[in-house]
Design a protein around this ligand. Structure first.
Ligand SMILES: C[S@@+](CC[C@H](N)C(=O)[O-])C[C@H]1O[C@@H](n2cnc3c(N)ncnc32)[C@H](O)[C@@H]1O
Length: 278
């Protein structure tokens, strides 16, 4: 399938892989029957590759609903986005829609999807963060000209979703990996093992991703390996992660640390790219 240059991430996501594309793409197997991203987030690699057959998953329901709306109702979504304003009062009023679950339930899927894009473009640092009650809690970003309605990209992504065979799921990653047949390839980009106690970031959704979760993921990788499914996994280069995956190929790459909100602390950090193939 021919690639469309306009196809790109529609939301900025914590841990987005845009800056690592040059390191990751040469490591991807040349042949695969199905491409799978069970922790898709903003999908930097997925949108870059534009595979003709893909299984895409994330535990974040709002995100997966957004992708489904882009596939099914892109023009309605664009029309909704045109209604929003980049002002603090408007921002906080839209942000707080989910504080009233009864009201939130009455919103259409398109309206909820437009809210995700609007908040993502206008909130501080584009950080999608929810508190322990699952409410979006990032403050207003006060940016001059956020690109709230990127109609060309949204239409291109919609066209890609409709042309390719893309299945969307909103589950725990393990149940998606279980169904992959031999010959499939999975790129795994889970929440990272924290490099220090304070670097811990668990705000993707309710619940966290601690070390027991990292071990459960490594066990899933062992299972993929036994079943003849190729996998490539990104994570931080902690001793713990390197020990977990000692049986596989581990490559160190340098990434910019983007999560820290203090600019001076956004240095370069080591990340690992782990594969079960040459
Ligand atoms: C590091 S981010 C992925 C970033 C993505 N590669 C990008 O380019 O934007 C990790 C993602 O894993 C998702 N996630 C966390 N726990 C999960 C689970 N148990 N199953 C599936 N997805 C999960 C989060 O919602 C988040 O979107």
């Amino acid at each position: 399938m021919k690639k469309d240059k306009l196809v790109a991430p529609v939301v900025k996501w914590v841990g987005g892989k845009r800056q690592l594309l040059n390191d990751l793409t040469p490591l991807i197997p040349k042949r695969m029957t199905t491409y799978c991203e069970p922790f898709v987030g903003g999908g930097a690699l997925f949108f870059y590759l534009q595979p003709s057959k893909a299984i895409v998953n994330d535990i974040n329901q709002e995100l997966i609903h957004l992708y489904e709306v882009i596939r099914d109702d892109v023009e309605e979504l664009i029309a909704e986005l045109e209604q929003y304003q980049n002002e603090a009062d408007a921002f906080y009023s839209v942000r707080d829609w989910d504080r009233n679950p009864v009201f939130y339930q009455t919103l259409s899927k398109v309206k909820k999807a437009s809210r995700v894009i609007y908040l993502n473009k206008t909130c501080y640092n584009g950080l999608f963060r929810v508190n322990s009650a699952g409410e979006f809690n990032t403050p207003f970003g006060n940016y001059k000209n956020p690109n709230i309605v990127n109609a060309d990209v949204l239409r291109a992504v919609s066209k890609y979703f409709n042309k390719a065979e893309v299945s969307f799921y909103n589950r725990d990653y393990a149940s998606v990996l279980e169904q992959l047949p031999k010959g499939a390839f999975a790129y795994l980009d889970p929440p990272y093992d924290p490099v220090s106690e304070t670097a811990s970031f668990t705000g993707y959704s309710k619940g966290g991703f601690g070390r027991h979760e990292q071990i459960r993921l490594r066990e899933c990788c062992d299972d993929l390996n036994r079943r003849g499914v190729k996998f490539m996994l990104s994570n931080s280069a902690t001793d713990f992660i390197k020990e977990q995956y000692a049986a596989y190929h581990i490559k160190i790459v340098k990434a910019k640390r983007a999560v820290n909100s203090v600019a001076s602390k956004r240095g370069q950090i080591d990340e690992v790219v782990i594969r079960n193939y040459e």
